[in-house]
Design a binder for this molecule. Structure first.
Ligand SMILES: [Zn+2]
Length: 243
């Protein structure tokens, strides 16, 4: 009888232990997918390990016919080079903006063709087609084949690892997320980014919302006052950006 009770307790404990392990495993998988800097699935560049007060700025989700041109004006006035991660389908009708980015010395990266909410469910084959569609759209305008890829929503998984490796892409994350798409108060966004500033940082902004214009001007002023230098992403990371 005692043996039977002991056996049943041990079996119950074993089942609980297995369930806990399974839950932990799932938590790690989800964390690995949604935390781009975890490096869980793919080697990702999120910052540079340097002591020099140098940082890089990046813009996602453009080009935007109303906003990106003004972002380029601000950058030009301050002689700052940035990296723009473009959505491939936005290239149509915005060719002049992309040409200008390239001519003014900014880097251009791939941010998928449609920024689909289901991107992380794509097979590696579909991801390769998607990466190539954006790469070709950029190539047609600039004559350059980008090597830089920032996954939509910062999600990484085995299909992204496989498709980016096959197409010789570097996966680029960030160390400071501005949340300029979700926080409504520009002042809060500005302070959030400035508080987190440190040498080697990669900052994520979006150039599809006019809010960025006042934040960017203030940010450049703050950075300069605090003796930081904004350098181009490839300089910060010491990488080659084009194939
Ligand atoms: Zn995006």
């Amino acid at each position: 009888m005692i043996l039977l009770v002991a056996f049943s307790i041990i079996t119950t404990l074993n089942i609980i232990f297995i369930i806990v392990l399974l839950i932990l495993y799932l938590v790690i998988l989800v964390y690995g997918s949604y935390s781009i800097c975890s490096g869980f699935y793919v080697k990702t560049y999120c910052s540079a390990k340097i002591a020099k007060r140098e940082i890089a700025i990046t813009f996602d989700d453009g080009p935007n016919g109303e906003v990106t041109g003004n972002v380029l004006n601000i950058l030009k006035d301050s002689d700052i080079k940035a990296c723009f991660f473009l959505i491939g389908e936005n290239a149509a009708n915005n060719e002049d903006i992309i040409e200008r980015m390239n001519n003014e010395g900014h880097l251009i990266g791939n941010h998928s063709f449609t920024h689909s909410n289901y991107y992380d469910l794509y097979s590696s084959g579909r991801m390769m087609d998607d990466l190539m569609a954006t790469e070709n759209a950029i190539f047609k305008i600039t004559g350059r084949k980008t090597r830089l890829f920032r996954p939509p929503f910062g999600v990484t998984n085995p299909a992204i690892k496989k498709s980016t490796a096959k197409l010789n892409y570097l996966v680029i994350g960030w160390s400071i997320r501005s949340f300029d798409g979700t926080i409504s108060d520009p002042d809060k966004i500005f302070k959030r980014v400035c508080r987190r500033l440190k040498p080697g940082a990669i900052i994520l902004f979006h150039d599809n919302n006019p809010k960025i214009l006042s934040i960017l001007s203030r940010f450049i002023e703050y950075v300069t006052k605090n003796e930081y230098k904004i350098v181009r992403l490839d300089t910060l990371l010491n990488i080659t950006s084009y194939k």
